[in-house]
Design a protein around this ligand. Structure first.
Ligand SMILES: NC(=O)c1ccc[n+]([C@@H]2O[C@H](COP(=O)([O-])OP(=O)(O)OC[C@H]3O[C@@H](n4cnc5c(N)ncnc54)[C@H](O)[C@@H]3O)[C@@H](O)[C@H]2O)c1
Length: 256
């Protein structure tokens, strides 16, 4: 696909990786609807796009809320005239060990609500967005089209992240499944699995943990969101790429 022909819906666009992808798409002339729960962040993003060749519209959506996703999707298509790309990027962390002995000897269990919320946003949210996007694309006979799911290298398991790792492993399974199901209908579906990346999600990860992770990364640093965008650009431009997940992790995944 040609980048300048992109009409994209990017979730989690108010911050970090999603914001970078939205801005870079608009920098190349693309039109973007950025969806997020952070309305202030969306307003700033919209204002920033005034100086770019393309355009970004900010629109509130909680990706875990089915009825909001449905109305968001039809409004997004209306706003842009049509859409041919979905980036499932919205994601959250709510880390905790499965069971943990507290200092007082009390056994803390990972609360079910903490497990569910991460699955609801990262996995079900991506499912709802992809289903509604695919339905609109097929109804309107738009081809070619593209879905990109933002995964994580911690999909293979990471202490303290049963919910997050499970959500990202499930997301990768959806990427491969949808690539098979939707290829005959003109879709490509791919993923990007970043390693540690400099965004506000890391405010929930202690400095010490970040330093420990960085010490094990062969390239010795975390990624910049722009480096995740470069993988996105490759996926857009390479029409033979589908069903695969690109790891952008400074070598972290091969070093242990
Ligand atoms: N930063 C990293 O180290 C890293 C590593 C691997 C994968 N990722 C993944 O990259 C993606 C983007 O994360 P980021 O690092 O840019 O974090 P971020 O916190 O900067 O951005 C996430 C955005 O998602 C939005 N969001 C959260 N819940 C939402 C909901 N229910 N509906 C709509 N929007 C919602 C937030 O408001 C925020 O703007 C996530 O899927 C994350 O899991 C990040």
């Amino acid at each position: 696909m040609k980048i300048e022909n992109i009409r994209a819906i990017v979730t989690g666009a108010a911050s970090g990786i999603g914001r970078c992808i939205a801005v870079e798409l608009a920098r190349t002339g693309g039109i973007v609807v950025g969806g997020d729960i952070n309305v202030d962040g969306l307003n700033e993003l919209e204002a920033e796009s005034a100086n770019l060749p393309g355009k970004i519209y900010g629109m509130y959506v909680d990706v875990a809320n089915e009825s909001l996703v449905k109305s968001f999707m039809s409004q997004a298509f209306e706003k842009m005239g049509y859409a041919n790309t979905l980036v499932n990027n919205a994601g959250i962390l709510q880390d905790g060990l499965l069971v943990m002995r507290e200092d007082e000897g009390w056994l803390r269990k990972l609360p079910t609500a903490q497990w569910k919320r991460v699955l609801d946003v990262n996995l079900t949210g991506s499912f709802l967005m992809a289903r509604e996007f695919a339905a609109e694309v097929i109804e309107r006979d738009i081809s070619p089209s593209l879905i990109v799911n933002i995964s994580s290298i911690t999909r293979s398991g990471n202490p303290g992240q049963s919910n997050y790792s499970a959500s990202k492993a499930g997301l990768d399974a959806q990427t491969r499944t949808w690539a098979l199901e939707l290829a005959p209908l003109g879709f490509r579906v791919a993923g990007i699995a970043p390693g540690l990346t400099k965004t506000s999600i890391l405010s929930q990860v202690s400095e010490q943990t970040q330093a420990d992770i960085i010490s094990k990364i062969p390239l010795g640093r975390m990624a910049d969101p722009y480096e995740i965008w470069l993988a996105m650009r490759f996926i857009i431009e390479c029409d033979y790429f589908t069903g695969r997940i690109i790891e952008v992790d400074g070598g972290a995944d091969i070093s242990h």
